[in-house]
Each structure stands twice: as C-alpha cells, then as structure tokens.
Design a protein around this ligand. Structure first.
Ligand code: ADP
Ligand code: ZN
Length: 216
C-alpha cells in the first residue's frame, strides 16, 4: 500500500492535484469531502448527520470520519495506492489513521504540505463552481464552463457549493487554522513532510507527481 497525504487549506487545490496524480499514476483518490457530499445527496444516516456541519463550514465529528476512512481502507486491496485529500484534518484523525495503518502493517509514504497565500485561497474558493451531477470543478473567471451554468462534461447544472458562499468561507479558514494547521507540526516530527508552494497549478501537478514517484 502506498499512502500519500495532501495537506492544505480549503482552496489549496488538493482535489485538483489529486485528480491529476490519480490519472497519471493510478492512485485512488480518497476524498472525505466527496464521500460526505455523496452521503448528503443519498440522504443516508451519515449524510443527515454531516449536512449541518458542512453547511456551517465546521468539521464533521472525528468518529464519523474515522469510521468512513477505516471501512474504505479495510475494504480495498492492500497493494493499492491512495491519495488522501481532506483527511486527516485533526490530530485525533491523524492518530486514528496511524492506528488503522499499524493494524494493517502499513505506513504513510509522504505528506505534502500545499502552501498557497491567503488572497489566492479566497479567490479560488469564491470562484469555484461544481457540477451538481458529476462533480466536475470549474473556476471563474479563468476556467468557466463553455456555456454558463452548464457542465462541459455531462450537461448537468454548474452551481456554487453551499459552503463556498462568502459567509461560510471565513469560518472554514478559521477552522483550518485552529484544527488542521497543527498537523504540519505533527507530520514534521515523522520526517515525512514535504512542503511545496502550490500557487501555480501546473507546477504543483508536476511537483506532487515527483513526490509520489519516490523522492520523498
Ligand atoms: P475543502 O477542502 O475545500 O474545505 P472538502 O470537500 O474537503 O472541502 O470538505 C468540505 C466539508 O466536508 C468540510 O468543511 C467539512 O465539513 C467536511 N469534511 C471533509 N473532510 C473532513 C474531515 N476529514 N473531517 C471533518 N470534516 C470533514
Ligand atoms: Zn457534470
């Protein structure tokens, strides 16, 4: 098993780079945000519980997230490669991940810290639009769908995520600073942390590919 963690603020581009690396290197993308949004759409128990937290820009309780990730890792093949996008997000989640991996006799390969200046983060989040049907991501104004509000890929409606509205973004950034930023110190101690400047999308793609290829 090869496990690479993407660590960075909301809007740092974790999902985008994950898509690229998965396509280029056959990694499976484990995005807890996507898993939760699917749960919310399906209306199952996890979705009902998660929706309020997500709409407010708060973190979903650790127990819920840890259970989802554990089930996912345990039900997938041991030889697979995973890119973790949006998990872990708290020290409790990072501890739990270490425990799950130890039980499976596995360990983390690398943790990529994606640094992006705050002004760019805010620009990216407020410009982000997603297809309600297939999840494809756009960014206004540079990277808009060809027809306004219509997905290039599937023709579905392109909308702004509830939690990308300005009133929630500020809260998400504060939650990141308080609950997720401490993971930088946590992973620094393991010697697995690689810091990159993630301002330029193309450069970020190439850097992360280089890291997952082995020079960590
Ligand atoms: P972003 O990285 O842009 O904030 P995500 O799709 O990763 O977006 O997360 C959206 C929301 O889903 C978060 O604000 C949070 O409510 C919830 N969420 C996702 N991953 C986790 C996690 N590991 N722990 C707790 N909550 C999570
Ligand atoms: Zn679509």
């Amino acid at each position: 098993m090869k496990i690479v963690i993407l660590l960075g603020a909301p809007g740092a581009g974790k999902g985008t780079v994950a898509g690229f690396v998965c396509e280029q290197r056959g990694f499976a993308q484990l995005s807890t945000g996507d898993m939760l949004r699917t749960a919310v759409r399906s209306g199952n128990t996890v979705g009902q519980l998660a929706k309020g937290y997500m709409d407010r820009g708060e973190l979903v309780p650790d127990e819920v997230i840890i259970r989802i990730v554990r089930e996912y890792l345990e039900s997938h093949g041991n030889d697979a490669k995973y890119l973790l996008d949006g998990f872990p997000r708290t020290v409790a989640q990072a501890d739990a991940l270490d425990r799950v991996l130890a039980e499976m006799h596995e360990k983390i390969f690398a943790v990529v810290q994606m640094d992006v200046p705050e002004w760019l983060i805010i620009k990216r989040i407020t410009g982000r639009r997603v297809c309600k049907q297939c999840g494809d991501v756009y960014n206004l104004p540079e990277w808009a769908p060809k027809v306004e509000g219509v997905c290039d890929k599937c023709g579905g409606p392109v909308i702004q995520r509830n939690d990308d509205k300005p009133e929630t973004v500020t809260n998400r950034l504060a939650v990141y600073e308080k609950q997720t930023a401490p993971l930088v110190e946590f992973y620094k101690k393991t010697g697995k942390l690689v810091r990159i400047d993630a301002s330029d999308r193309h450069e970020t793609d190439l850097n992360v590919v280089r890291i997952v290829d082995g020079a960590a």
